[in-house]
Design a protein around this ligand. Sequence first.
Ligand SMILES: [Zn+2]
Length: 141
Amino acid sequence: MEAIVRHERARQAVDAISRDIGLAINRCPVAVKAQSWQTPAAEMDELWDEASGKHKTHLWQALKHREPSDCGYGETGLGYDGIDDALSKHGEYACEHCLAAYRLIVERRHLRRELGGARMSIRALGRAALNSAGITVKEGV
Ligand SMILES: [Zn+2]
């Protein structure tokens, strides 16, 4: 029972944070503009990224950002601190809403890990129950 409660709690936390991420992104001026009836169609197209199916918000740009890597070979993304800086007040893609969304996304990663752990313990309980009932299950199915 405890494992099921833990799983449900984690599930609800992930859902709630996903909702908050969506709300934060929708408050970004880019997203607002891209969804406004007053924005000319051509400009609207500019703000939409077909490949990712997302608006070109500051968060989108920061995640997409690539720069020459330190080793002098190829390119690299900004990484956690870099993205946080880029979205902060004096950063290259400064936007309080995108920054809020990004921090929630990072938090959601931790919550998903907790959800994964909860799922594992439910499965372990299920396997143990089958074992004690004398039913053997193939691993990895
Ligand atoms: Zn933004």
